[in-house]
Design a protein around this ligand. Structure first.
Ligand SMILES: NC(=O)C1=CN([C@@H]2O[C@H](COP(=O)(O)OP(=O)(O)OC[C@H]3O[C@@H](n4cnc5c(N)ncnc54)[C@H](O)[C@@H]3O)[C@@H](O)[C@H]2O)C=CC1
Ligand SMILES: CC(=O)[C@H](N)C(=O)O
Length: 373
């Protein structure tokens, strides 16, 4: 049975290889309006070979959420304003619209997304569109569409056009059966939210496309991200942003998690720095394609204590949201990010005290209760 033998040898070579040097790889290409088909990867479609000496041409999907505008600002500083296109399905504020290229991109519209990539000669894609944990539970069909179908569109376009692709994952990709303190990169992942399930799917599909088709997929699992100039999009860790705004505006804060719910958190500058660093890391440095990154870990009670060093009169009450609490109870308490630190030199700059001081200096704590009265 020589044919069977040859096929099984080819498959086993493929499964063992890292990257796709085996030469039998095919890139998934969709014919728009017709059923998916597959074409040999050496067919030269629209792929632009990206010379490392050039600046990348960047597209950010879902860029008007908590993280995208800050990422665009960082990338534009590095690669030039015109090389970084922010996109979303929402209407941008004037300040965002006039700060650099913005384009409408619905990740559920494969043709629209493909046109944008082709017409703008995109070489790097940061895929930020998603429904986060709490809003995902409130609308599972939409979360499934955006987080899973949307990801499939992005993966196929990235593979077809030879893009370097960043997809963020999350502490939410773990669940109650994962080790929680600390949570290593490789362990049981059985999340109980559609958000978490979709992110595990993204990690696995991205890695599969990497090994199967040579897609340059890179993924970081972010902790809860805290930012001053952008609002969170409906997650379980949102309380850690809201407390700063409420402390300044009203001097009162109602927390929707229990005082002792410990979760990994990170200041936005560290998150965006890590994102750029992992995208710029030489491929040989990456022993994995999905990494935990960590900076600090705290409970609402600990955050309140730190905030009260700046606003001692802050009054805090607890009104637990059962859905968010159940999610928080299933997530990591501490994140083990030793692999990221070893492989590409990840190092955070902000611990809890620096985070709180920075947030207040950004938001202007002097104007706090006076403003509300
Ligand atoms: N903010 C955080 O604490 C964390 C975020 N992440 C991940 O980072 C990424 C960015 O997060 P955030 O900015 O906080 O999210 P966000 O919820 O604030 O923003 C997501 C954006 O996706 C857009 N979007 C929704 N449907 C879309 C569609 N069909 N086509 C195009 N865009 C669409 C929304 O309009 C929104 O602007 C997400 O993938 C998220 O899972 C991961 C861990 C923590
Ligand atoms: C940690 C996240 O992924 C996000 N902030 C959420 O709480 O859903």
């Amino acid at each position: 049975m020589p044919i069977v033998k040859n096929v099984s040898r080819a498959v086993s070579q493929l499964l063992q290889s890292s990257g796709c040097a085996c030469g039998i790889s095919i890139v998934p290409v969709r014919c728009i309006g017709v059923s998916p088909r597959q074409v040999a990867s050496d067919a030269s479609f629209h792929s632009i070979s990206f010379s490392e000496s050039d600046h990348p041409r960047v597209l950010i999907t879902g860029g008007l959420g908590q993280l995208g505008v800050g990422l665009a600002k960082l990338l534009r500083k590095r690669f030039g304003k015109s090389n970084v296109i922010l996109s979303d399905i929402r209407k941008p504020a004037d300040s965002v619209f006039y700060s650099g290229p913005f384009i409408y991109a619905d990740i559920l519209d494969y043709k629209n997304l493909r046109e944008i990539v082709v017409n703008n000669r995109i070489t790097w894609l940061f895929h930020y569109s998603a429904l986060l944990s709490a809003v995902g539970e409130a609308n599972v069909p939409l979360a499934r569409a955006v987080n899973i179908t949307g990801l499939h569109n992005v993966l196929d376009i990235a593979a077809e056009h030879n893009l370097r692709l960043f997809v963020p994952s999350t502490i939410g990709a773990f669940g109650p059966t994962s080790p929680r303190d600390p949570t290593p990169d490789l362990c049981i992942q059985r999340p109980r939210t559609i958000y978490g399930v979709s992110k595990v799917h993204a990690e696995l599909m991205g890695e599969y496309y990497h090994y199967r088709y040579g897609l340059d997929f890179r993924c970081l699992r972010y902790p809860g991200i805290i930012s001053a100039d952008s609002q969170p999009g409906g997650g379980t860790t949102d309380y850690a942003v809201q407390i700063f705004h409420d402390a300044i505006k009203t001097g009162k804060f109602q927390c929707n998690l229990k005082p002792d719910s410990r979760l990994p958190m990170m200041y936005i500058d560290d998150c965006l720095k890590a994102t750029l660093e992992v995208m710029e890391a030489p491929a040989e440095a990456l022993s994995m394609r999905t990494y935990n990154i960590s900076a600090m870990s705290f409970t609402p009670e600990e955050l309140v204590q730190e905030v009260q060093k700046h606003i001692p009169e802050l009054q805090v009450t607890y009104n637990v949201d059962e859905i968010r609490q159940a999610i928080a109870d299933s997530w990591p308490m501490n994140f083990d990010d030793r692999n990221a630190r070893r492989d590409w030199g990840w190092k955070h700059d902000y611990d809890l005290p620096e985070l709180v001081t920075t947030m207040f200096s950004f938001l202007g704590s002097d104007s706090r209760i006076a403003q509300a009265n």
